[in-house]
Design a protein around this ligand. Structure first.
Ligand code: MN
Length: 338
């Protein structure tokens, strides 16, 4: 796993022990299993948020674990040109390389621990694919793409990109050194990650050694989602089991805890977690394919604008993200009591 690693975890800043007087532990509300699917031109994904109510995910909409897959030569795949409007994407590449180009002439390469933050805002066309030399050679590919919703007032912002390199990620350890914590966005115990979305959020990639526990302060005004990309562990004080490809949704509180099982498989010796939280937007959602808006009318407008070339001028093909092909609507999010 070439995502940021450190030779000596003991020299990292330590996240302090939680204070039992002020810590309010978040309970686990649900554990769901991500179904497998194919994205773009046919790369394998796990749809991490499948089966979870949009109100629980708010401000997030969609999360794909891309791979982990070992491609044969000639096999690596990407997406065709496709549009987006109304939200932001965060693409985190753990192993391998992704290349992107957009209809504004922007582009770049992200690899091994890098992230790309794209505000689609009012609209953009882009393509995401492995570079030609990797198509030829094949190789390991593993990453994530997260969709972060934008509030109504910000859906019409001009598109923007931030490409962040792996070295910019803040790293810390748990008090006993059993967990490596990579802070990609947001702040944990004074350590600040480089990523920035319009909607405030925290994103952490944590690696827990067998038997290790990780307890993090977690903003009470954010939601809390923990996805196991590989390994076996438990979520919450109640030690709810979860494993590779499963998402734990936490309830309210200001602290969350997870632990790695003592016994792991040799192919994934540690528990690898993606930990996400953001400030809920609390607006109605109308989502179809690559468009996330507030109303059906805005979805119809987005489709018309796309078809008329108003989202960009690159010749578009038909395939788009394997997201809803009819409109999915959700009322304003209301967090139910735990
Ligand atoms: Mn895209």
């Amino acid at each position: 796993m070439p995502a940021i690693t450190v030779p000596d975890i003991s020299v990292l800043p330590r996240i302090p022990e939680s204070d039992p007087l002020t810590a309010r532990m978040r309970p686990v509300r649900s554990v769901t299993t991500a179904p497998h699917g194919l994205e773009g031109e046919g790369f394998p994904v796990r749809r991490a948020f499948s089966g979870v109510d949009l109100a629980e995910l708010d401000p997030f909409v969609h999360l794909d674990q891309m791979g982990e897959v070992e491609y044969a030569p000639g096999e690596p795949k990407g997406t065709p040109w496709h549009p987006h409007r109304g939200f932001e994407t965060v693409t985190y590449i753990i192993d391998g390389t992704f290349e992107h180009h957009d209809s504004n002439g922007g582009g770049g390469l992200i690899t091994n621990g890098d992230t790309q933050w794209m505000t689609a805002g009012a609209g953009i066309l882009h393509i995401e694919k492995p570079p030609e030399e990797l198509v030829v050679s094949g190789g390991l590919f593993h990453g994530f793409q997260l969709w972060v919703n934008l509030p109504r007032a910000q859906k019409w912002l001009a598109p923007r990109y931030q490409d962040l390199r792996a070295q910019e990620v803040a790293v810390a350890s748990s008090p006993d050194g059993g967990a490596l914590v990579r802070i990609i966005a947001g702040e944990i115990a004074g350590q600040k990650g480089p990523g920035s979305t319009y909607t405030p959020m925290t994103m952490v990639h944590a690696t827990l050694s067998p038997g290790a526990r990780l307890t993090l302060p977690w903003r009470a005004d954010y939601n809390a989602l923990v996805y196991a990309m590989s390994g076996f562990g438990t979520a919450g004080e109640a030690a709810v089991p979860f494993a590779t490809g499963q998402l734990a949704v936490f309830g309210s509180g200001n602290t969350l805890t997870v632990a790695a099982s003592q016994s792991q498989e040799s192919r994934s010796p540690n528990l690898e977690l993606l930990i996400l939280g953001g400030r809920p937007i609390g607006e109605p959602i109308a989502w179809m394919g690559p468009f996330v808006m507030n109303t059906r009318e805005e979805i119809m407008t987005a489709i018309a604008d796309y078809q008329a070339g108003r989202l960009g001028t690159i010749p578009a093909t038909t395939a788009i993200h394997n997201a809803p092909t009819s409109i999915v609507e959700s009322g304003p999010s209301e967090r139910r009591p735990d």
